[in-house]
Design a protein around this ligand. Sequence first.
Ligand code: NAI
Length: 550
Amino acid sequence: MSAQSGATARTALKGVDLLNTPLLNHGTAFTLPERAALGLEGLLPTSVETIDRQVDRAKQQLASKPDDLERYIYLNQLADTDETLFYRLVMADPAYFLPILYDPTVGYACLKFGHLYRRPRGMYVSLEHQGRVRQVLENWPVKDVRVICVSTGGRILGLGDLGANGMGIPIGKLQLYTACAAVPQRALLPILLDCGTENEGLLADPLYLGLRQRRPSDDEMTVFVDEFVDAVQQVFPNCCIHFEDWRGTDAVRFLARYQDKVSCFNDDIQGTGSIVVAGLFNALAIKKEKFRDQTVLFFGAGSAGLGNARMIVSAMKLEGLSDEEARRRIWMFDINGLLEPSRTDLLAEQKLYAHPHAPSRDLRAVVESVKPTILIGVSTVGRAFTQPVIETMARASSRPIIFALSNPTEKAECTPAQAYEWTRGQALYAAGVQFPPVMYNGKTYLPGQANNFYVYPAVGLAVYATNTRRVTDEMFITAARAIADQVTDEQRNLGLLFPLQKDVLEAEIRTAEAVAGVIFDRGFARVERPKDINLWLRGLLYRADYAPVA
Ligand code: NAI
C-alpha cells in the first residue's frame, strides 16, 4: 500500500471502509472506474473533481473559521479524513500553515486537548503498559517506521506539564516533517509516553484523557523509558527516536543516556541549539565578528538553554577555542538567579557554566557585570527582558544580539518592537515565534524566527533517507551552517537571520543534503552512498498526489 505518486495503491478495502481510511481516501476525486471497481458508486456525489478543486473548497472552508485554533481543528479533521488533500493544502504554502499547525496555535490546542479530542492519531504508550511495551508497539500497522517523535508532555512549549495533552506536539512536529521537508508521512509515528502529570488542573478535569496519577520517580522513569527505547529497536529496527518537550532534567539525562547507543536526538536541545547557532552565524556575519570573541548570557538554563550552550561551544571550538575556553564565555541565569559555584542546586551539565561571580538574582545587574554581547531568552517567562535590561545590553555592545525564544507568543522575553526601540534600532533580534515586521524611525525591520522547523524536518529527511545508526551534534552544527549559508548578503543587510519561510522546502532539502553528507562521511548510513545526494533526496520526497487505487 503506498500513497506515493506514480505507484498504484493496492488495498483490499472497499466502499465506506476505503472512504474512512485517510491515507487512501480521495473523496470526490475517485474516478468513475475506481468508483465502479471499489464499491464506491452511490457513496459519493456525482461530480468527479481534481485535487486542486478540492483544495479550493478546503481553502474556502478554512477562510470561514474565526481563528487559528478553529483552523487547527479543521486541518486536523481534514488530515483524519484525507491525508493527501491535507498535505496538498499545507505543502502549497507552509509559511502560512506553520503557525496554525505548530506554535503558537498548537500550544493552545494542547491546553484544551481533552476537550477538542475527536479521534486517535499516533500511539499512546502508558505506564500501565510497562512490561509489554514491545507488544503494544506491534499494534501499529506500519512496520517500516523511520522516525518516532515522542513526548511525555512534561514541558509543553512554555506552558509547563500538560501530561497526555502534550500529544498535539509529536503530531504537529511530524506533520511539519512532511509539510516542510516532504518526508513520507507513512514512515513517521507520533507517540505520547503517558507517565501521569503534576498538573492539578488536568488531574481534576473530567475530560482529561491521560493517566490520572502523578509522575513517577526518576529511577522508575528510567526503567520505563529504557523499556520503551529497547522495544523501539526491536519493533522498528530502522527507526530514529526524536525526543520532544520532555521535562528539562529528563530531556538532558535521557539524551545523555541514549545518544551513543541508538539513533536518537532531542530537538529541544540539539534542534534549538542548531537554529540558534544558524541565526548567530548570520548575526555575527552582519557584525563582522567571530563566535570566539562573544560573551553569551542565557536567561533560562533548562533543556533549550543547555542545548544552545552545547552547540555554541561546538561553534566556538570550530574557531579554535578549547572546550574550557568556550564554556568560560557562556553564562547562565535561571529561576534561582545567576549560575555560580556557590549554588547547590545545579545539575552536572549546568555546573559547566557556573563561573566565579557573586550570587545575584538581578538580571540587569548581571548584564551590567558580565557584559554579554548575546542575550538568549529560553525561560518561559514573557517580557522578562525589561527596558533597563535591554538598555544595559545596548551599553555593553554596539549591536547587541537579543534572541527571545520562549513561546507561545506571550512568553517571548521581549517583543521585537521593544528590542528595536530600547536599542535605538541596533538590536539583532530573533524570537521563537514569527512577529510581523516592525517600523522604527522610518525603517522596516524584519524580526527573525529562530524556530527549529528549519532544522528537524531536514534532519528527519536525512535520517529517513540514510537509515542512520546515530545522530550526532556534528550533524546539527552542519545543519546550522547550511541554513545560515542560504541567507544572501542582501537579505542579511535587511537584518534577516534565517532563510525566508516561503522557501522552506528548498532550504530543508539543501540542509538535509549537508546532514546526509556527514552521515555518509562518518559511516553511520545503512544505505549505499549515492553519487549525487541532492538528486537522490529529491527522488525520495513525498508528493501529495492521489495514487491510483486498485
Ligand atoms: P525548561 O523547563 O527545561 O527550562 C526553563 C528554564 O527557565 C529553567 O532553567 C528555569 O529555571 C528557567 N526559568 C523559569 N522561570 C524563570 C524566571 N522567572 N527567571 C529566570 N529563569 C527562569 O524549558 P526549555 O525546554 O528549556 O524551554 C524553555 C522555553 O524555550 C520554552 O518556552 C520553549 O517553548 C522555548 N523553546 C523555543 C524553541 C525555539 O525553537 N524557539 C525550541 C525549544 C524551546
